[in-house]
Ligand binder design. Structure first.
Ligand SMILES: [Zn+2]
Ligand SMILES: [Zn+2]
Length: 170
């Protein structure tokens, strides 16, 4: 998504942007809608610096690590960037995400930043529900939907199967 520098320079408040999900770099996230909703405000700070603040909202498709079911989750994330001129402003401010631009540019692209923000919101182990019962190790049914009578025999469980795996040496 590109933002016009002239727009930033004149400032705007709560401007709505529709970011097509296929326009941002792929980071492994599966989206459940064609667009990411983005609301942004831009303000001018001293010395040709600009503040870009707002929020993005994306619908993401996850696979539950326990039952392997796909589920939709809505991710809302804050955007907070300091936009500085690449040539004249060599600042390092702790805790600030910085976008470097050229003051002579007409526009700049925030697609990569949006992709990063969405990616950071992705859980490492997505769960459809904290109480998800997962799949039966023996018959494979989804225990959230039906129950089965499978009993794990003593001494024969997940760990026994793991012991059978050979350790690959490289
Ligand atoms: Zn689940
Ligand atoms: Zn079972």
């Amino acid at each position: 998504m590109k933002i016009k520098l002239s727009d930033i320079k004149s400032g705007f408040k709560n401007k709505f942007f529709d970011i097509p999900t296929d326009s941002i770099p792929k980071r492994g996230t599966t989206f459940n809608s064609d667009n990411i909703n983005c609301t942004l405000s831009a303000s001018v700070l001293e010395r040709n610096r600009f503040k870009l603040k707002g929020e993005i909202e994306a619908a993401i498709l996850h696979e539950c690590v326990r039952c392997l079911k796909l589920f939709n989750s809505k991710v809302t994330s804050a955007i907070n960037f300091l936009v500085v001129d690449k040539l004249n402003d060599h600042i390092k401010i702790k805790g600030e995400e910085i976008i470097e631009i050229l003051n002579s540019d007409d526009e700049f692209d925030i697609s990569a930043m949006v992709a990063d923000i969405v990616e950071l919101e992705n859980p490492i182990k997505p769960l459809c529900d904290n109480e998800c019962l997962g799949l039966c190790n023996i018959c494979g049914i989804n225990k959230n939907e039906i129950s089965c009578d499978c009993k794990i025999e003593k001494g024969y469980g997940l760990w026994e199967n793991l012991k059978k795996l050979e350790t690959k040496k490289y």
